[in-house]
Design a protein around this ligand. Structure first.
Ligand SMILES: Cc1ncc(COP(=O)(O)O)c(C=O)c1O
Length: 451
């Protein structure tokens, strides 16, 4: 339903939100949230009718695009029947969803424990890895974000945790990322010896392989800047895990459900993890749902041992109904093939933009999980804003971000990164429209390039 409001009515909505609700990751004063009224496909509209092209699919979760009424109908149907059952009871949608997940996941992963979101999936995967192995340490990457609950936040290394890490969950060990554009070992991908993988192997030795329950790694990196893995990196991690009896947990919260052009990010590397922790695209953000999918070997253990996991909203029927419909939409609308095709198109268009904009240092994408990295100097790779930039360091990037919004685009600008992750139903014309906006905004950054 379209409701167009006046500017002052919209201001009332914003004021009420700001007076009575708290906003994530920001000072509460001085923010300027968009008051969103409705969405359709890759666009959403504010209450005054202004259109925004959503180039980050919300929080990289609205994979099928906004406003798909098939999901509304599936949810309504489920609610007309029953909205809630305890997790000890079963529903048609829960079983069907579990079966569908088994079909699309890598071979040997057939059972799912449902959660309500990404961080909860990570927390439960960590807990299960510790229960299953009887070991306590978890290895993950410094730049990864695994969620904001205490366990997931401690597992991640993203600097958002630094403000509250004094009480973080113990036994989380971090390793460097395989960040080829800024290789920590000063190597080039074409000639290196995968120092990024031997580094992990060394840390495992230092920490005591028999103390390590799991290595958690995103199926493809997201908010850390879409740091694309060297092609053999994940298989090397898999080999380290196999050698030492360590579980491989793939965090597919952002990279799952077609975002990278395959059902799961790990499918691009033909690696089979022991667990997949996921959320976001499972319902395309229409309702909150997460999942921990486990290997048959792990599942079998709990045939005659108690699975010490539980949540009031595990396998919530309405969320399962939404997910089941969303998974069908991925298939009916060929969205995963489209993601691969549009990802390739995006890549080609970005090559052209690189020739035009000296501020583009790097563009990395897998399917439609992509990120442009802006630099002041291509040779030195000095970033347009540093890692974990303080507000004062964000002056240029804030101007870029303001331009993006002024031109009617919503996407994330973080430090020197601009995220390019539109809904998977996007077409070439719409990509061109979005890149046209980004090009205008990046012209601002070009002025600060020094040679
Ligand atoms: C890779 C990854 N893992 C976990 C999470 C946490 O998910 P949630 O915000 O649903 O808790 C996120 C969120 O962005 C994510 O990108």
């Amino acid at each position: 339903m379209t409701t167009t409001l006046s500017h002052s009515q919209t201001e009332d909505i914003v004021r009420e939100n700001m007076d009575y609700t708290l906003f994530s990751w920001s000072k509460q004063q001085g923010i300027d949230p968009i008051a969103i009224n409705r969405g359709e496909g890759i666009y959403f509209y504010d209450y005054e009718g202004r259109r925004y092209i959503d180039f980050s699919s919300g929080l990289m979760n609205v994979n099928i695009g906004h406003g798909n009424q098939r999901v509304t109908e599936a949810v309504m149907k489920q609610m007309q029947e029953i909205s809630y059952v305890t997790p000890g009871c079963v529903t048609d949608v829960r079983g069907k969803l579990g079966k569908k997940l088994a079909e699309i996941s890598p071979d040997g992963i057939t059972k799912t424990f449902f959660t309500t979101g990404g961080a909860e999936s990570i927390d439960n995967a960590i807990k299960l890895a510790r229960l299953y192995t009887g070991r306590h340490k978890i290895i993950s990457k410094y730049r990864a974000f695994h969620g904001a609950s205490y366990g997931a936040m401690s597992a991640g290394g993203d600097p958002r945790k630094l403000f509250s890490d004094s009480q973080q969950a113990p036994n989380m060990i971090h390793v460097e990322d395989p960040y080829c554009y800024r290789c920590p070992w000063g190597k080039e991908i074409s000639t290196c010896s995968r120092e990024c993988a031997s580094h992990v192997e060394r840390i495992v030795e230092f920490e005591g392989p028999k103390n390590i329950a799991a290595i958690i790694i995103e199926g493809e990196s997201g908010s850390s800047g879409c740091i694309k893995y060297p092609p053999d990196y994940l298989s090397k991690i898999r080999a380290i895990c196999d050698k030492h009896g360590i579980l491989f947990i793939a965090d597919e919260v952002m990279s799952g459900f077609g975002r990278t052009g395959k059902w799961f990010g790990v499918d691009n590397y033909e690696v089979v993890p022991d667990m997949i922790a996921t959320a976001k695209g499972i319902t395309s953000g229409y309702l909150p749902l997460g999942a921990v999918m486990v290997s048959d070997k792990i599942a079998e253990r709990y045939n005659d041992q108690v699975l010490w996991l539980g949540l009031t909203y595990s396998a919530h029927p309405v969320c399962c109904a939404a997910a089941l419909e969303v998974l069908q939409i991925y298939e009916d609308e060929n969205l995963i093939d489209n993601t691969r095709e549009m990802g390739n198109y995006m890549n080609r268009q970005l090559d052209a933009l690189k020739r035009k904009h000296p501020s583009i240092g790097d563009f990395r994408n897998t399917g439609l999980l992509g990120c442009i990295e802006l630099v002041k100097n291509r040779r030195t790779r000095e970033p347009m804003a540093p890692f974990n930039a303080a507000p004062a360091d964000m002056a240029i990037m804030n101007k870029v971000a303001a331009k993006i919004r002024e031109l009617g685009m919503f996407t994330f600008v973080r430090w020197n990164y601009i995220f390019v992750a539109p809904p998977m139903c996007i077409n070439k014309d719409q990509i061109d429209e979005g890149l046209g906006i980004l090009s205008e905004a990046m012209a601002i950054a070009d002025q600060f390039v020094v040679n």
